[in-house]
Design a protein around this ligand. Structure first.
Ligand SMILES: NC(=O)c1ccc[n+]([C@@H]2O[C@H](COP(=O)([O-])OP(=O)(O)OC[C@H]3O[C@@H](n4cnc5c(N)ncnc54)[C@H](OP(=O)(O)O)[C@@H]3O)[C@@H](O)[C@H]2O)c1
Length: 232
């Protein structure tokens, strides 16, 4: 029996992933931070999907206990901050180091300690790598390295832009994705379909289905999965 634990469940991809788990007939646990101002809303929202809500604090011991007690088999980490969050909610607490690196690392170590987790799927980003440019992709790379070294079977997913109907529209991301898809469409028409497939955008539902598929498939254990595979 698959018991999927989704960290970042309240986010754009996380919500779709909880839905995909539940629709697939799996037990779904949506992690919501305990101090969430919208906890009642999330209880109702995830309850309607047939998922459970977990509000364990972001502390290594507590998370390991939770994963063990709930007999979680698959952990999906979809957390991430933004520059807007840093500005609005405090730069230190919401930095890439604290969130994009610190939380996936803590959760991977907790998953290893719990002993019941057979796969840890980390949602990273296309462009993450040792020589990546910019703080966001550099911290993503460090998080990937921490996940790979945690002692649990892992899968790292690196999607390109994630588009779709967000609660709060991110105009710059949507525009960038449209431009990229337009350019890539032209490139594809010229025959470079590999390049087009690697960089074109995906959407929340398609990405969620792909994360679930690669998380359950033994062939993707300890593999980095790029954007084109996540389009299938
Ligand atoms: N958007 C893109 O085009 C794109 C492309 C490639 C990769 N990615 C990566 O994919 C991931 C998911 O993207 P998304 O668009 O689904 O993200 P999103 O909608 O912004 O969701 C982010 C999630 O992280 C949680 N979170 C943020 N700061 C936190 C903190 N300090 N403590 C605990 N939880 C925190 C949020 O919880 P609350 O709701 O409680 O704040 C939310 O559940 C991100 O990490 C992103 O970097 C995104």
């Amino acid at each position: 029996m698959v018991v999927g634990f989704v960290a970042g469940a309240t986010g754009f991809t996380g919500k779709a992933l909880v839905a995909a788990l539940a629709q697939g007939g799996h037990a779904a646990v949506a992690h919501v931070r305990p101090d969430s101002r919208d906890l009642a809303h999330w209880q109702e929202y995830f309850g309607a999907l047939g998922a459970q809500v977990d509000t364990s604090p972001w502390q290594a011991e507590a998370l390991a206990e939770t994963l063990k007690n709930r007999r979680v088999t698959h952990v999906f980490c979809c957390v991430g901050t933004t520059r807007a969050r840093m500005k609005a909610q405090g730069a230190a607490q919401n930095s890439y180091e604290a969130v994009d690196y610190g939380l996936p690392k803590m959760l991977a170590e907790a998953a290893a300690k719990a002993g019941c987790v057979t796969r840890y799927v980390y949602l990273s980003s296309l462009g993450a790598g040792p020589g990546a440019k910019g703080a966001y992709l550099q911290w993503r790379w460090r998080a990937e390295e921490a996940v790979r070294g945690a002692g649990v079977a892992w899968t790292v997913a690196r999607p390109s832009f994630i588009t779709g109907q967000r609660d709060q529209e991110r105009t710059s991301e949507a525009v960038a994705a449209k431009i990229a898809d337009g350019v890539l469409g032209a490139i594809g028409a010229l025959g470079a379909t590999t390049v087009r497939d690697r960089y074109r955008s995906t959407n929340d539902a398609r990405l969620a289905r792909a994360l679930l598929r690669i998380g359950l498939d033994p062939a993707f254990a300890n593999q980095v999965v790029l954007s084109d595979e996540l389009q299938r």
